[in-house]
Design a protein around this ligand. Structure first.
Ligand code: ZN
Length: 202
């Protein structure tokens, strides 16, 4: 129907999650109509995330430096660690203002159907952190769906073994009440904040 750059842009936009063919078309024509400067800013920010953003060497959150903003913040409670699936979950939890500890981003969830096992996630690095850092409580904040629950129970088994008398480790899971089967990031701040406050030992 369209050709050349317009068709290419519609194709590319249509590959983004949640963007159907109609939205892709609407966005493409919107971009065609905006100022060059506006379009250039968008293009530059897409280039910048690919060139400048990397993953925190400690927690695997997105970061512009060796360590992310949370890990660099001396006011964070280092005895508290929250385990999440993706960097976007860090953002969702930060928005609640309920959590003052640090994070560990797994990079996904255990999913045998998709061929994702424990070794494909940052679980080894989590075990290393538990050994090296002075962590007293780990909050498992994986998504409230089948994969997220399977990952949480795998981690709770693993972490319980690591709890010693010298360094007792409390492992907790965020409370239910989140939309079942949904993603953490879609929960509103109040609901997610409550899920955090109501976390229980597992
Ligand atoms: Zn970090």
């Amino acid at each position: 129907m369209y050709e050349g750059p317009v068709a290419d842009l519609i194709t590319e936009l249509g590959r983004l999650p949640g963007v159907g063919p109609k939205s892709a078309q609407r966005l493409a024509f919107h971009l065609l109509a905006v100022d060059s400067a506006d379009a250039e800013r968008l293009a530059a920010s897409i280039r910048a995330i690919k060139e400048r953003v990397r993953f925190c060497s400690r927690c695997f959150n997105v970061s512009e430096l060796e360590q992310c903003r949370v890990c660099r913040d001396p006011r964070r409670d280092t005895s508290l660690l929250c385990v999440v699936e993706e960097p976007r979950d860090v953002l969702a939890i930060e928005r609640t203002g309920e959590f003052r500890g640090r994070y560990h981003v797994l990079g996904g969830a255990i999913s045998p159907i998709d061929g994702v096992g424990p070794d494909d996630l940052h679980i080894k690095q989590l075990a290393v952190r538990v050994g090296e850092e002075d962590i007293a409580e780990i909050v498992l904040a994986t998504n409230p769906n089948i994969e997220g629950e399977a990952t949480a129970s795998y981690l709770s088994r693993l972490l319980k073994v690591m709890s010693t008398e010298a360094q007792p480790l409390r492992v907790s899971r965020i409370a239910s009440g989140l939309p079942v089967g949904g993603d953490l990031e879609y929960a509103d701040e109040v609901t997610l904040g409550r899920a955090f406050a109501g976390r229980r030992a597992v």
